[in-house]
Design a protein around this ligand. Sequence first.
Ligand code: ADP
Ligand code: MG
Length: 686
Amino acid sequence: MRPDILNPLFAETATLDGVGPKLQKPLDKLGLTRVKDVAYHLPERFVTRRPVENLDAASEGEQIVIALTPTEHRAPRSGRGPYRVLAQDAVGNVCALTYFGRASYTAKKQLPVGEKRWVAGRLDRYGDMLQIVHPDHVSEEGDNALGQLCEPVYALSEGLTQPKVASLVEQALARLPELPEWIEPGQFARQKWPAWADALKLAHKDEHAAARERLAYDELLANSLALMLVRADNRRRRGQPLQGDGALRAKLQLPFPLTGAQKRSTAEIEGDLAQEAPMLRLLQGDVGAGKTVVALEAMLIAVEAGRQAALLAPTEILARQHFETLRAMARPTGVEIALLTGRDKGRARESILMGLMDGSIDIVVGTHAIFQESVAYRDLALVVIDEQHRFGVAQRLQLAGKGRRTPHILAMTATPIPRTLTLAQYGEMDVSRLDEMPPGRQAIDTRVVAQERLQDVAEAVGRHIAGGQQAYWVCPMVREHESEDIAAAEARYATLRERFGDTVVLVHGQLKPELKDAAMERFARGEAKLLVATTVIEVGVDVPAATLMVIEQAERFGLAQLHQLRGRVGRGSEKSTCLLLRADALSETGRERLALMRETQDGFRLAEEDLRLRGGGELLGTRQSGDTPFRVATLDQIQRLLPLAHDDARLLMERDGGLEGERGTAARVLLYLFERDWGVQLLRGG
Ligand code: ADP
Ligand code: MG
């Protein structure tokens, strides 16, 4: 149960003054559903405005405060277009105050013709007229409302204004309870951080570094603690120790010796499986590093021990591919492997379900369908999860119920993330790293090409497929809606198809699974020569004869993502090429990032560099959603503060009595505040 002291923070945003049904949608869009979300809606930046006597004293692009007198209201002529209020400064210069959408109602009320108002906002030019779009403030007095020169700027959504958000924030901050201190006293004193409530208030007032640090630290600490609780919980659970006799593994006739890294990882896994506490291990290895064989070895151990294993893939395509690969590799062992996806219906499905229940199927490969309610196992002892990052801790905990005892878990990821982020993301797991590529991998010739040379690129693709080889063409996910990305990919597909005929296929996330698989299969069989795709091919797909990859708008991708995409080629014996198409105008960092892609193929190095490049250039409060589990902490803060938070969490768990005692109680509050409450729940489940 959430501690009562947090109740005011978890009250709905609708309980704040001035939040009616109309504001609900824009607030939801920003994720501001509860008071706490509003309090944690930290400014993206701060502006300092300059009060000016008249427009001659201001320059375009500048944030100003100025006295203006409205002279005329101009409604848009057609239904669309902005609402403009023309206004004069003290010496007769004209400026337009421009409003889009519903904001015009505000304008009508706030700017009566002939009455002087103080207006704050950014001065721009529109054609030959000066304008301020959506002034941040309009006030009858210059001094009290606008005298505050340093102001927060919040992320907005359609229907919200800065003053509106500021007023909600103010109300949210007024409701902050006094929370007990959860930071270790020594740490707290050393860092000279403000207390929690003060930190939140300060962080909204100006660029208060210590306040921001503290808030980030809280989030990191909550995360570390929660992961540690999962770890501790896992250690207490009873799994089934699995001892294989090696009989099946000896029958595998691999056409290659395992790399040192593969041997080491396999041994680590074998060691874990032999324990009673269930394994919780992450196998981290670049695309092509050879994770599948390691997974197979692990699953064979389970089968040797007379139990079952399951491999969970993120998509149907990947499930199918894993199934084919594993079946081929495992054929000499005689082990029974089945494929189960959401598409299996009727008799086929029934017979697989029977096989899982009576144990005649040893290994099942599939999508989430393999863990549906209706699927029962005779004795599931090991679950391998491919591409762990799409599978959260909470989901994984549900899995625990599937075996007779808690199954061992091996998670695999091809995203070579830096060590600090590994700790943040997977801190509850032990990690095996495949940091050595199988021998004989050829370097991929990577080139950066300007987008304007698209015609040349298309010709090169033409020559490539005329010569009998295959190619990928990747269209980026960059627009606001997935449908726009798909539209862009479809348009590209149409032009390429016009040129190359029906040897071109298209794959994207909204395609029906049958169509997607059919397209993939045509490509995998070599009937289709060019695969146009959005980033759905990012993970796993293996077509060794594809030796050319074109990536449009490469500068829009993260390095790790580019690296993963590129890993689709260079899988066969032929030399491969990757063409990174870039926009004409590139930032310095953009240039540096693409240069790195040319320079190295080491995924772990790219991940570290990516973090460095982004961390350094990161603006206050901006972050790439999705690549860290954090809302407050920036990449830079994660790197600096996470190791501290991790140690702090460990001290609490190991020295200071866990979640009992005074600090422990405070730590519980922290976990609930950051909604890592599954951490606490595990404790009680104990
Ligand atoms: P990952 O899943 O890590 O991206 P895969 O398991 O698909 O990589 O392996 C990539 C390719 O490398 C496969 O064709 C596989 O057969 C091959 N391979 C794996 N291990 C070795 C090895 N030790 N030596 C040579 N080739 C290997
Ligand atoms: Mg793989």
